[in-house]
Design a protein around this ligand. Sequence first.
Ligand SMILES: Cc1cc2ncn([C@H]3O[C@H](COP(=O)(O)O)[C@@H](O)[C@H]3O)c2cc1C
Ligand SMILES: O=C(O)c1cccnc1
Length: 338
Amino acid sequence: MSATGRPFDDIRALLAQMPGPDIRARHDARHRQEELTKPSGSLGRLEDIAEWMAAWQGRAPSVNRPTVAIFAGNHGVAARGVSAYPTAVTQAMVENFAAGGAAINQICATFDLGLKVFDLALDYPTADMSKEPALSEKDCAATMAFGMECLAGEPDLLCIGEMGIGNTAVAAAMFAALFGGEAADWVGPGTGHDAAGMERKRAIVQEAIDLHRPHFGNPLEILRRLGGRELAAMSGAILAARLQRVPVIVDGYVATASAAILQALDPTAIDHCLFGHVSAEPGHQAALARMGKVPLLALGMRLGEGTGAALAAAMVKAAVACHNGMATFAQAGVPDRQ
Ligand SMILES: Cc1cc2ncn([C@H]3O[C@H](COP(=O)(O)O)[C@@H](O)[C@H]3O)c2cc1C
Ligand SMILES: O=C(O)c1cccnc1
């Protein structure tokens, strides 16, 4: 953290240092696609993915250390009943991740993905966003810096997921702050709510929107006032990945809110991100559309914990395997088009 200035100044300084895509590597990948033994363009989006990987890795694409990072945090606002489940589930699920009993463990095992779980002061929920800012500027910036640590194992493809009871309410408030509209436009059932639960969730998210509205012009203020620790850590992780030229796959509704903060700070800040799936949480499609992002998968999932991103990572691995392992027309002696 800088000795002078405000904690967020360091984040802004990093945003100013973001590398762009490697045009040469992308061009080389495009060229190779044309020589592989398939009709031109026939691998559809897999071809775009191979080029996107090359552009952000700055070389011929490869996936040797794909990693799912799950960030876990607790939210003061959860005590008001915005979730169908109790706050204790966050810690219990972190233990379940460690024991191998969660959906994400099985998906990672199926596709040979590494899994890292970062729990963020679970015994100390953030302040209730409906009453006060969830985090101080200092804590928010420090938590973003902590999120950057997930690059330590040098992943070459990073999937971003989260665990935090109540965080679909938090994400809904953040989307309203970033994209406009009211709570009703962004609040969905999350883990599942009856009509009364939905009504309560909407009312509480609306309180948070009304309280913090004067600050909606500043994306980092939105993150600290309405977000929480896992949201801040995911924003930091996505930014750090960019700085280290690591392509990112963003998970569902909640992880997308962290990416949206970075895009609001700089429209190019999430060009190295692929959106793994569209969640069944109703606001996710709307948020992705606002961000100009087309998700890879649509499986009707609404779990979080990195599951949609991890499934998409399997597609990225397949795209890169085709790109690197297929024979060219010349190698295979297959006649090219006339
Ligand atoms: C057992 C269980 C496992 C989960 N894994 C992810 N989430 C997901 O649900 C939470 C958000 O939904 P809400 O805002 O309604 O609380 C997050 O923790 C998210 O990752 C889970 C939720 C539960 C209950
Ligand atoms: O899409 C998500 O990220 C999501 C949806 C419901 C519950 N938790 C997370």
